[in-house]
Ligand binder design. Structure first.
Ligand SMILES: CC(C)(COP(=O)(O)OP(=O)(O)OC[C@H]1O[C@@H](n2cnc3c(N)ncnc32)[C@H](O)[C@@H]1OP(=O)(O)O)[C@@H](O)C(=O)NCCC(=O)NCCS
Length: 206
């Protein structure tokens, strides 16, 4: 891992960290996969887009109203990038945030998405003091719906023809969870205590 790379949250298997330059190739490979793009806004993802995206994220910090931040999901043992988790902090109400997530196909089916999203959720509620977390999913995206329900989010709405995807209007479900509903203890894995910046020494060590 690059020296002093910022880690926001983690579990026994995963780190939720900032993107780093080494991630471009892995990020490009899964983003360009048509199966990954099927229920997403992008199509025919290009290498130069991945490069720009990663460089923008390196210079970005989470929790800035009016912006999206992307947490890199990496294997704790090897630091390999296996996916990402997006955080949208709206300008109008930054205490209610939106998340999204993607896992590389070769790392699906192992519980990593559920684990990563739980770690991010814990960071959002406990470190950032958010009031509510929401997520939108295409109603046909069964794998995404399964993750959202496994982590205890409630289906709050069925939004008809709510976004334009690959030339057609698509229905979405809105899922939500309130800070008061969030209990990390019900999950079968340990969330790592990540020291805040102020608790780290000058070398970034805790
Ligand atoms: C949505 C997405 C992240 C889900 O990935 P996933 O790997 O299915 O989700 P999880 O990490 O929670 O893994 C769940 C599976 O791992 C299995 N699993 C294996 N080991 C496990 C473990 N140790 N703990 C938990 N589950 C485990 C579960 O049984 C489950 O299998 P099932 O799907 O056959 O029921 C993935 O499909 C994706 O990236 N899709 C494209 C992008 C996208 O559409 N994102 C949604 C936008 S909101």
């Amino acid at each position: 891992m690059e020296k002093n790379i910022e880690v926001f949250a983690g579990t026994d298997r995963l780190l939720l960290r900032k993107f780093q330059a080494d991630d471009i190739e892995s990020f490009y490979v899964y983003r360009a996969d048509p199966e990954i793009a099927k229920y997403q806004s992008w199509e025919n993802y290009q290498y130069h887009e991945a490069k720009t995206f990663v460089h923008n994220q390196i210079n970005h910090v989470p929790n800035q109203p009016g912006t999206w931040f992307q947490f890199a999901i990496a294997l704790k043992e090897t630091n390999e990038l296996i996916g990402d988790c997006a955080l949208h902090t709206p300008l109008s109400e930054p205490r209610i945030v939106e998340i999204g997530f993607t896992l590389s196909p070769k790392h699906q089916g192992k519980g990593y998405a559920r684990e990563a999203v739980c770690a991010v959720m814990d960071y959002l509620f406990h470190s950032l003091g958010k009031h509510k977390v929401i997520a939108f999913t295409d109603v046909r995206n069964n794998k995404s719906i399964a993750v959202l329900e496994r982590i205890g989010m409630r289906r709050e709405g069925h939004l008809l023809q709510n976004y334009m995807s690959k030339g057609q209007w698509v229905d979405e479900y809105q899922y939500s969870i309130l800070a008061s509903e969030w209990e990390s203890s019900k999950f079968g894995f340990k969330l790592l205590a990540i020291p805040t910046k102020g608790e780290q020494d000058d070398n970034g060590n805790s």
